[in-house]
Design a protein around this ligand. Structure first.
Ligand SMILES: [Zn+2]
Length: 279
């Protein structure tokens, strides 16, 4: 090999190296400014934003609740497809922007579709309740593995069974329990007397369960069967509980009590709760 060829090759290698280094240098500088993140997530809500974009609230397994912008998601042909439907289980890639609250969503891939529930009016009402509660009770950027698993399990069960009754009761009960707002189920919060087989009473204005003597006007009953169902919820997996007809009244009572305690805690009415009563 002549000396001239060797020098030419050496120069080319050097030029290539310099180019490569400056490219990767620029890329790493960009990464430092805007680190790209990836997480498994559940879509909580989306709103139209401008003509082409969507504002998306999602619950990330490793990020907590985050709000971001999916650019171009409202265009007829967009890269998100059905990934941004309510409670879709997705893998999401996003970039944080230091100066703004909203992240920029780069990509989302569907991990699990709840298409049956999302496309049915009655079932989608159940999903909307789960979404609204999660949106209201979960602080932004706070990771909550138990709530992530609970939302996913409830959505799966609505999809699998084609019925939101038991799934929503379970979701409301566990949300209250995980929030630390569950009252004692065995005795009156006011006088301490045990309920035994007698009904307990609740409303959305206070956190506890009351006995027949201490109940205030307008309070609703939580019968022994509903309190027993709560005990099953505490110890058994939702997908292992058979939803027999005999469980229906208890599931409803327990769901209503759970939703009342959630409303008491967030100090407002759930907008989706009325929809449940009309379906
Ligand atoms: Zn009492």
């Amino acid at each position: 090999m002549s000396a001239r060829v060797v020098i030419t090759i050496a120069l080319r290698v050097r030029a290539f190296r310099m180019e490569f280094c400056s490219l990767s240098g620029a890329a790493s500088a960009r990464r430092q400014l805007m680190p790209a993140r990836e997480t498994e997530a559940i879509i909580l809500k989306t709103f139209p934003l401008g003509e082409a974009d969507r504002l998306v609230s999602f619950l990330g397994r490793s990020s907590g609740r985050v709000r971001g912008v999916a650019s171009g998601a409202r265009r007829l042909k967009n890269r998100y497809g059905s990934t941004l439907e309510v409670l879709s289980h997705v893998q999401i890639w996003y970039v944080e922007r230091e100066t703004r609250d909203l992240v920029r969503i780069q990509q989302a891939e569907l991990l699990e579709s709840f298409h049956k529930a999302q496309s049915d009016y009655d079932l989608s009402t159940g999903l909307a309740v789960i979404s609204e509660i999660s949106e209201l009770i979960l602080p932004e950027h706070e990771v909550s593995e138990p709530m992530f698993r609970l939302v996913l399990l409830a959505a799966r069960e609505v999809e699998r069974t084609g019925d939101w009754n038991l799934a929503l009761s379970y979701f409301a009960f566990w949300t209250v329990r995980l929030g630390g707002w569950l009252p004692r189920f065995d005795r009156c919060v006011s006088c301490g007397s045990p309920f035994e087989s007698k009904p307990a009473f609740y409303d959305g204005h206070q956190a506890g369960l009351f006995c027949e003597n201490c109940r205030r006007s307008g309070m609703k009953p939580l019968h022994i069967e509903a309190r027993n169902l709560a005990e099953r919820f505490a110890g058994e997996r939702l997908d292992r509980i058979e939803y027999e007809k005999s469980l229906q009244p208890s599931a409803k009572e327990l769901r209503e009590a759970g939703l009342a305690w959630i409303e008491h805690h967030i100090e407002r009415r759930l907008m989706t709760r009325e929809l449940l009563e009309t379906t």
